[in-house]
Design a protein around this ligand. Structure first.
Ligand SMILES: [Zn+2]
Length: 185
């Protein structure tokens, strides 16, 4: 594998690990995650379908949030909220996420010229909150995903479990879910 290919695959692993950790933290079981390329998408995180666009929107922004947080992981910023902006359909790893987010925003009646952008950035902030809280899980997942290329749900669970919030504890993830059930404008 060329260095460039390895670098690209690693970037995809960081992106998919973000989707995975955000989903698990929101109580949505991931059934598989892969960095095998398929069409326009560099990888894919599969999880139980949820009919909650507000929550699924947070998961959809988790890949980009992870990419951005990875860039600051060796600085003190990794303990702080990041001032993130949704990049739109580019770069390529966010293309399908972008489509999904636009569709959800439409379903929720957001105005494409106005509050859609605001709504997506709101999801991104919540995803980043979750990743800040569970960053250790991302750090653990990325090298395993990079090495194994595809992980089943059964393989993801024991990686996630030690990081999962204790029963009854109120966490950032719980608050994100609570907030996601409310209208956010
Ligand atoms: Zn993605």
């Amino acid at each position: 594998m060329s260095d460039l290919l390895a670098e690209r695959r690693h970037a995809i692993a960081v992106h998919e690990a973000g989707h995975t950790v955000v989903a698990m933290a929101l109580g949505v079981p991931v059934t598989s995650v892969t960095i095998v390329r398929a069409g326009y998408s560099g990888g894919r995180t599969n999880y139980d379908p949820i009919n909650l666009p507000e929550t699924d929107g947070i998961i959809a922004t988790g890949g980009h949030a992870s990419t951005e947080r990875w860039k600051v992981r060796e600085s003190s910023q990794v303990h702080e909220k990041l001032p993130l902006k949704w990049p739109g359909p580019t770069p390529i790893p966010t293309r399908n996420d972008h489509k999904k987010l636009r569709r959800y925003a439409h379903e929720l009646g957001k105005n494409p010229e106005g509050d859609t952008h605001y709504w997506i950035n709101g999801r991104l902030t919540l995803a980043d909150d979750i990743l800040m809280r569970y960053w250790a899980a991302v750090e653990e997942l990325v090298p395993i995903l990079f090495a194994k290329v595809t992980l089943s749900g059964e393989e993801v669970t024991p990686i996630w479990e030690p990081h999962s919030p204790k029963l009854g504890a109120t966490t950032e993830a719980d608050r994100a879910v609570e907030n996601s059930d409310k209208t956010d404008d």
